[in-house]
Write a protein that binds this ligand. Structure first.
Ligand code: BGC
Length: 420
């Protein structure tokens, strides 16, 4: 199994391609009251430079690449599929195969076509059919070059945002009712109203990065199942899974119940919808300490990443073990990484994380692969280009790639681990 282990890095279309004009976040970035720190612009021009990037991966000894297809390029208007964009992704897939890189294709990584948002976004039941139709189209056209498919990236993200909002509201002394639309503070409502207008006069822009109602949480699962099932009818060779963002939840004091609730919210309640998948996409960046009242802040003395998370690569092993004790599916680590400007720290992070993966493999846990986040420094959504997760630095003026030491170390570290 270790010989076929998929080792590589991950990106997401919107964060690296550039000029995704038809995507919802393009509108969100350009609002006067935008919550985005800066605009994505040309990003790191991966749309035009994918060949160079894939060849670099091969040079570094990687054998897999997780990337996403931008729905808004493929289906810029409802039911109208774009031939040129489809052919572009065919070329990307072909380039992977020519370089002996196994593609792991994500169908949805946070960004959606603008028309989806105009139609009620991720809170409208129609999303299930819309997503299914798009996935069917993609695999009908490109499925001959695909095997591993992630339907939806971090399908629990909208639900996680509810928790973040709730604790934010609590800090402002506001109460939030579950199941109804969030009533945000006025400053934030201004942005919401502007977004609604920009999408053609809708009440609120329900993008994938806005908090959801319980109905919205369920719709994501229904969209996943519908897409998975229809793609299987096109080709039963596909290996299909969904990805979730998971924390290594650690109990401090008397918090077993609270930690249980958090794990249920983040992972367990999704089990019925993913048990029939072919693999599980596990994404982890850090641990969360939980006390009786909920999440605790990172202790002062702990080392933090640029994101403010605790630098804690050991979290990955703990989460893999927990997931595998509750879900009987092969696992692909579809994201794991660290935002830092100190590449030595990234190397240490990778060493720690991969030794954990290796211990899990040795214990018989079926892990198919590890994709480091991220291949390139890129557009970190609302935080713009300020956070550097990449194995490769990019000079955005010239779009020159400068691989960091960690880029070449990733495969070396894994191989050393194998020899042990
Ligand atoms: C997302 C990526 C993001 C990364 C680092 C994950 O939640 O899938 O899009 O850039 O974490 O924050």
């Amino acid at each position: 199994m270790t010989n076929n282990f998929l080792l590589g890095a991950a990106t997401a279309a919107y964060q690296v391609e550039g000029n995704n004009h038809n995507s919802d976040f393009w509108i969100m970035e350009h609002l006067k009251n935008s919550s985005f720190k800066e605009k994505s612009g040309e990003a790191v021009d991966h749309y035009n430079r994918y060949e160079e990037d894939i060849q670099l991966m091969k040079k570094a000894g990687m054998n897999a690449y997780r990337f996403s297809i931008e729905w808004a390029r493929i289906e810029p208007e409802k039911g109208i599929f774009n031939r040129e964009a489809t052919e572009h992704y065919r070329s990307v897939l072909e380039c992977c195969h020519e370089n002996k890189i196994t593609p792991i294709v994500t169908m949805h990584h946070f960004s959606s076509p603008q028309w989806i948002i105009r139609e009620g976004g991720w809170e409208n039941e129609k999303i299930v059919d819309y997503f299914k139709n798009y996935c069917r189209y993609v695999v009908t056209e490109l499925g001959d070059l695909m095997e591993f498919i992630c339907t939806i990236n971090e399908a629990n993200m909208r639900n996680e945002l509810i928790t973040v909002m709730k604790s934010f509201a609590k800090s402002l002394g506001i109460n939030i009712q579950v199941g109804v639309k969030l009533q945000l503070p006025e400053e934030m409502m201004v942005g919401q109203r502007e977004a609604g207008k920009a999408f053609g006069g809708i009440e609120s822009a329900d993008t994938f990065l806005s908090p959801c109602t319980p109905k919205g949480d369920l719709l994501i699962m229904q969209a996943h199942e519908a897409a998975r099932d229809v793609m299987r009818t096109v080709d039963n060779r596909f290996k299909i899974g969904l990805t979730l963002s998971l924390h290594d939840i650690q109990i401090v004091g008397n918090a077993t119940e609270k930690a249980g609730e958090m794990w249920d919210d983040e992972f367990k309640h999704y089990l019925p919808f993913i048990e029939k998948d072919d693999f599980f996409g596990l994404q982890n960046y850090t641990r969360t300490l939980v006390g009786e009242e909920g999440e605790l802040s990172v202790p002062e003395e702990k080392k933090k990443t640029q994101m403010g998370y605790e630098f804690y690569p050991q979290a990955l092993e703990n989460v893999i073990r927990k997931v595998s004790s509750e879900l009987n599916l092969p696992i692909i680590v579809t994201e794991n990484g660290v935002a830092t400007d100190n590449d030595k720290d990234r190397v240490t992070f990778i060493e720690e994380a991969l030794s954990g993966v290796k211990r899990c493999v040795a214990d018989g846990i079926p892990i198919l692969g590890y994709m480091h986040w991220s291949l390139l420094d890129n557009f970190e959504w609302q935080l713009g280009y300020s956070k550097t997760f990449g194995l490769i630095e990019v000079d955005r003026k010239t779009q020159t790639r400068k691989p960091k030491e960690s880029f070449y170390r990733l495969a070396e570290i894994w191989e050393k681990e194998i020899e042990r």
